[in-house]
Design a protein around this ligand. Structure first.
Ligand code: ADP
Length: 184
């Protein structure tokens, strides 16, 4: 499933983001940038210790990152140009601004990717694992945020040509496909 917005192709894939074929991936990390479980664990395991070392440098320099922010490291042993670590909100019922913070995760990751001249970027389903964000709202928030971001830019400013949503779980992949279809 794919759509084109402002000359950028948005796609949905199902699988492991560490095996994705593209230039840069986003990690759903935590404020301390400590390797954890879920997608974060998979990226640190596959990328080796170099990623954790660079996360420790960021921690020393600026004390980690806040929910909604993003930071860049290399990809260690992985075949990517880099990994963008962002911190999603922990779901607390919905009245704590969780959707706004989740939206910022996508915006700040896209800002970083564009600043690096990245052409293809993959997002996991940020916050929908351990952080327990409802999947349907997370999917709509992700797609709305990315589409608004892309629509709001002059194509000349955007190096991105492809943005993939890599869903590990079948139910998320189905949600994304249906939602993307509704946009097309
Ligand atoms: P969070 O703490 O932000 O909820 P998780 O890693 O627990 O982060 O989950 C985020 C999403 O990443 C979940 O939908 C989970 O199924 C998915 N996920 C887990 N492992 C991988 C992987 N290897 N590649 C892509 N997505 C993954």
């Amino acid at each position: 499933m794919q759509i084109t917005v402002n000359r950028i192709v948005l796609t949905v894939e199902q699988g492991d983001i560490t095996a994705w074929n593209g230039e840069m991936i986003v990690n759903a990390s935590n404020s301390g940038l400590y390797g954890g479980g879920g997608v974060d664990g998979a990226i640190h395991r596959a990328g080796g210790p170099r990623i954790a070392e660079e996360c420790a440098e960021i921690r020393c320099r600026q004390g980690g990152i806040l929910p909604g922010e993003a930071a860049l490291t290399s990809a260690g042993l992985l075949h990517f140009r880099g990994v963008i670590h962002t911190v999603g909100p922990i779901w607390k019922g919905g009245s704590a601004g969780e959707a706004v913070v989740l939206s910022r995760c996508y915006q700040s990751s896209l800002d970083l990717a564009c600043a690096q001249g990245v052409q293809s970027l993959a997002f996991p389903n940020i916050s929908t694992g351990i952080y327990n964000f409802p999947k349907e709202l997370a999917c709509r928030t992700a797609l709305d945020s990315v589409i608004q971001y892309v629509r709001g830019k002059d194509p000349a400013e955007l190096t991105l040509r492809r943005i993939d949503f890599v869903c590990f779980e079948q139910d998320n992949a189905e949600l994304y496909r249906a939602e993307l279809e509704a946009y097309s």
